[in-house]
Design a protein around this ligand. Structure first.
Ligand SMILES: Nc1ncnc2c1ncn2[C@@H]1O[C@H](COP(=O)(O)OP(=O)(O)OP(=O)(O)O)[C@@H](O)[C@H]1O
Ligand SMILES: Cc1ncsc1CCO
Ligand SMILES: [Mg+2]
Length: 280
């Protein structure tokens, strides 16, 4: 069943996305840190990339949202992520955990599961990472997802497992990305169907989606709408970017156009009319 935009909650509220300018604190990987900071600025948000625990107390008094990305793990980074997650729990800060590379090492998986205990607002990863996190068979390699984990039966198995997880972790909503995105909140679940394959051939797309979710949460938008909104917005930017590229496609052109679209699509009324998906 493909539902209408109204059912997908992409109602007039979506026209208010990115009108506010939340300060988003990101502890993220060095690979895509600059792309993430610029993506946030392009949607009228303010990024601060800060990892020194001695600053956290003061920073948490100013920030609207927190993004914790496991992409570049080290002993120091683990301590920073744990300290920020503790502070977020104590200050009720809207928090997104991106479980980058969780299928690659047991160290990342253990850390992700520890962070989950601190009641983050959202836990996200690509479909292979989220399957691994849930203890399901996963074909992910490194930080990349595998299309075999996107087969219909695998998506269904993951969404059903995540629904059980929301009973165990009622403060948290979950997102698994890929050609089809799965969103599972304690109340509702969705498959979302926007985007283009080129988004999988560029590093940092998932990282940026995590930051956009933190931005929407930081604008006071509740979890379900922030998740549907951030994924759909980013994927519609990808669709539009592709139409602006000359053929044969060069990925550097696609990247350029994707960032252009991030900075302008939200200024168009009713951009959300093109959202595709279904409640499950
Ligand atoms: N084949 C595809 N078709 C349509 N959209 C896609 C496809 N692959 C990824 N996307 C979209 O691209 C975004 C990033 O998803 P992806 O699963 O590639 O994240 P990721 O693996 O965490 O990325 P990265 O590790 O590079 O940050 C999501 O919004 C997702 O919906
Ligand atoms: C390639 C890569 N390695 C660690 S993080 C990262 C960026 C995608 O998340
Ligand atoms: Mg990722």
């Amino acid at each position: 069943m493909v539902t209408s935009q109204k059912d997908l909650l992409m109602n007039k509220q979506a026209n208010n996305f990115f009108k506010k300018s939340p300060l988003v604190h990101c502890i993220t990987n060095e690979v895509t840190c600059e792309s993430m900071a610029n993506a946030l600025l392009y949607v009228n948000s303010k990024p601060i990339m800060a990892v020194d625990e001695r600053e956290f107390k003061e920073l948490f008094e100013q920030t609207d949202g927190l993004l914790l990305n496991l992409g570049h793990l080290s002993i120091n980074r683990q301590e920073q992520l744990l300290a920020a997650s503790q502070e977020a729990l104590h200050t009720n800060k809207p928090t997104v955990i991106d479980v980058v590379g969780v299928s690659a090492s047991s160290l990342r998986k253990k850390l992700a599961l520890t962070l989950l205990e601190n009641k983050p607002t959202v836990v996200k990863g690509n479909t292979s990472e989220m399957r691994n996190l849930c203890g399901l068979k996963s074909s992910g390699r490194g930080v990349d997802g595998d299309s075999s984990d996107q087969e219909k039966a695998s998506l269904q198995e993951l969404s059903e497992t995540l629904k059980k997880w929301t009973q165990q972790y009622p403060a948290t909503s979950f997102l698994a990305t890929g050609e089809t995105d799965i969103i599972v909140t304690p109340h509702t679940s969705y498959y979302l169907k926007n985007g283009v394959a080129e988004l999988d051939q560029m590093t940092g797309t998932g990282d940026i989606v995590g930051a956009l979710i933190a931005s929407l949460l930081g604008q006071g938008i509740e979890s379900e709408m922030s998740l549907v909104g951030a994924v759909s917005y980013f994927n519609l930017c990808g669709e539009s970017a592709l139409t602006h590229c000359k053929k044969p496609l060069g990925m550097a052109d696609f990247r350029h156009e994707l960032f252009n679209e991030l900075s302008r699509l939200y200024k168009k009324d009713d951009w959300w009319q093109q959202v595709k998906g279904e409640r499950i």
